[in-house]
Design a binder for this molecule. Structure first.
Ligand code: NAP
Length: 310
């Protein structure tokens, strides 16, 4: 019997139990779903999300793995109570949803559809947008989500360049790393997509200095995390035309306060942290793999590097 504690959004408990139990049974693992008031020493695995009931993760002395139900783990790590391995969520539904969001908004920026949505009667400019092969898309953060999106964009026809902490190689995406690589991607991108995690190293990666290196009239799409952007710097760049448009899904404070200037800014589209989300059914395919690995004494997948913070 393998004891599992669900500590995610209570509304999704039944769905996780329904999907994960038979997947584990098929692997010869019998799951025992514990109540929150069960002895903490009994817990083998925790399914965790910040919108669940656990605030202190240090109380579970025998836990083998904290499986995050979210891709971003900054809130989990901010509890400063993690003493056991943590795996972040990597799953096909989350990845596909992010690619849909990124592709949709890249095409929106590329085609300039907002200008037609807000056109006045009689506006009639027959200038067509450039073709995709003439529009470079840069992605800061070519990890699980960023690389998938980058490859989709490249397959569609956009020259696509990416930046990550470690150097990568890819047959479709031009990959960069390091400080020079960041400047290269910033300076070459017509549309810049942010898919970095929220860590001390990535805070305000988009600030007055990085914006200054960007192309005149470039646009920004941020489905990563709010702290990646210095909001004052972006607002100033939108107002002076250096940045032509921004699509923002994530913010320092969520929900975005009603009086925040982003809401009313004519060059900003606010989406309410819906770029993607963990899908219960497909995420259970990932979770069962990690439980099976734990039970077999094998290394877990998608472990968080606690020093790097992601
Ligand atoms: P991931 O696989 O860990 O990828 C993160 C990428 O960022 C990696 O390429 C990593 O480089 C790079 N990176 C991290 N720190 C860096 C630094 N200091 N300098 C340069 N590159 C750095 O994460 P993921 O699964 O793709 O998710 C990315 C983020 O998306 C999450 O952290 C979360 O914040 C966000 N997200 C948002 C939503 C939403 O609905 N808005 C949904 C899911 C996720 P290496 O490859 O070298 O490690």
């Amino acid at each position: 019997m393998t004891n599992i504690l669900y500590a995610g959004n209570p509304a999704q408990y039944d769905a996780f139990k329904k999907h994960l139990t038979p997947l584990c049974t098929a692997q010869g693992i019998t799951l025992n779903w514990l109540d929150m008031d069960a002895p903490k020493a009994d817990v083998d695995y925790i399914l965790y999300a910040p919108n669940g009931p656990i605030k202190d993760l240090s109380d579970y002395p025998n836990v083998k793995l904290i499986q995050s139900l979210w891709a971003g783990v900054e809130k989990l790590l901010a509890t400063q109570t993690v003493t056991t391995p943590v795996a972040r969520m990597v799953e096909t539904g989350l990845t596909q949803g992010m690619a849909d969001y990124v592709m949709g908004h890249v095409l929106r920026h590329h085609l300039g559809t907002d200008s037609y949505s807000f056109a006045k009667a009689g506006d009639w400019d027959e200038t067509p947008p450039p073709v995709s092969s003439d529009r470079t898309v840069g992605i800061l953060g070519i990890g699980q989500l960023g690389m998938y999106c980058a490859r989709k964009l490249a397959q569609f026809g956009f020259p696509t360049i990416g930046w990550s902490r470690s150097q990568k190689t890819d047959d479709l995406v031009e990959c960069h790393s390091g400080a020079d690589g960041l400047i290269h991607v910033l300076s070459q991108s017509d549309i810049l997509v942010l898919l970095l995690p929220d860590t001390p190293d990535t805070k305000h990666i988009i600030d007055v200095h990085s914006i200054a290196t960007m192309k005149e009239g470039a646009s920004i799409i941020n489905p990563g995390r709010g702290p990646l952007i210095d909001d004052a710097a972006l607002l100033a760049a939108l107002d002076n035309g250096k940045i032509s448009a921004a699509t923002l899904d994530v913010f320092d404070v969520e929900p975005l306060p009603v009086d925040h200037p982003y809401w009313a800014h004519p060059k900003v589209l606010v989406t309410p942290h819906i770029a993607s989300a963990t899908r219960t059914k497909s995420s259970c395919e990932t979770i069962v793999q990690n439980i099976a690995r734990g039970e077999a004494g094998q290394p877990f997948l998608h472990l968080v590097d606690l020093n790097a913070g992601y």
